[in-house]
Ligand binder design. Structure first.
Ligand code: PRP
Ligand code: URA
Length: 206
């Protein structure tokens, strides 16, 4: 399984502001969207295209168009990454997977799932935090249960070594795109140094 760390200077700059505890929810939302855009572009760099013919005002031309794409944000925090993808690829179909970590067991509890057909399509699973990896892995399992996607990619903002190992064990076929691999998890399953609770910071629910 591959892990791509998107270390473009702009991505590093945005991530640093997201980590900063003084960044307010409105600014956090804007920066998260910008960083998601950089991550999505990298994750889709090798997205297959197909050849088409178009008529320019002067003559026929050959061009290439994108294949079918599905974005699947993991609720809630994944919503902070969705708009970047829908703006880049307006034709994208969107599925939702609702998962919430149980605070004691750290296991993801599923509360919602609505996926479009995924057969033959390229799926981007969006979740900013890959901590224990329980949520990311469960979401990828749900996408696999929904059909035979052409490809599945996992896009996150910050990942922990523990989460990467879990994804490697459960889904060695799914590449991960992340802005950073942080040091470790603390005893409550939070990423260190991390950026805190992404969902709370995004929606101001702290
Ligand atoms: C956060 C985050 C991931 C999950 C990561 O969601 O957005 O989905 O935790 O942790 P894991 O890798 O250990 O599973 P949370 O459960 O806090 O829900 P929220 O998005 O509604 O805030
Ligand atoms: N979820 C978050 O929002 N942050 C973490 O550090 C871990 C899980």
């Amino acid at each position: 399984m591959s892990v791509t760390v998107v270390d473009h200077p702009l991505a590093e700059h945005l991530l640093t502001s997201l980590r900063d505890r003084t960044t307010s929810p409105p600014v956090f939302r804007t920066l998260a969207k910008r960083l998601a855009l950089a991550l999505a572009l990298e994750a889709l760099r090798d997205l297959p295209t197909r050849e088409v013919r178009v008529e320019t005002p002067l003559e026929p031309a050959t061009g290439r168009v994108l294949g079918d794409l599905v974005a699947v944000p993991i609720l809630r925090a994944g919503l902070g990454m969705l708009e970047a993808v829908t703006e880049l690829f307006p034709e994208v179909a969107v599925g939702y997977i609702g998962l919430e970590r149980d605070e004691a067991s750290l296991l993801p509890q599923s509360y919602y799932r609505k996926l479009p057909p995924v057969d033959g399509r390229h799926v981007l699973v969006l979740d900013p935090m890959l901590a224990t990896g329980g949520s990311g892995s469960a979401a990828c399992t749900a996408v696999k249960e929904a059909g035979r996607a052409e490809s599945i990619r996992f896009v996150c903002v910050v990942s922990a070594p523990e989460g990467i190992r879990k994804m490697q064990d459960d889904h060695p076929d799914i590449p991960i795109f992340t802005a950073a691999v942080d040091r470790q998890l603390n005893e409550h399953g939070y990423i260190l140094p991390g950026l805190g609770d992404f969902g709370d910071r995004l929606f101001g629910t702290e």
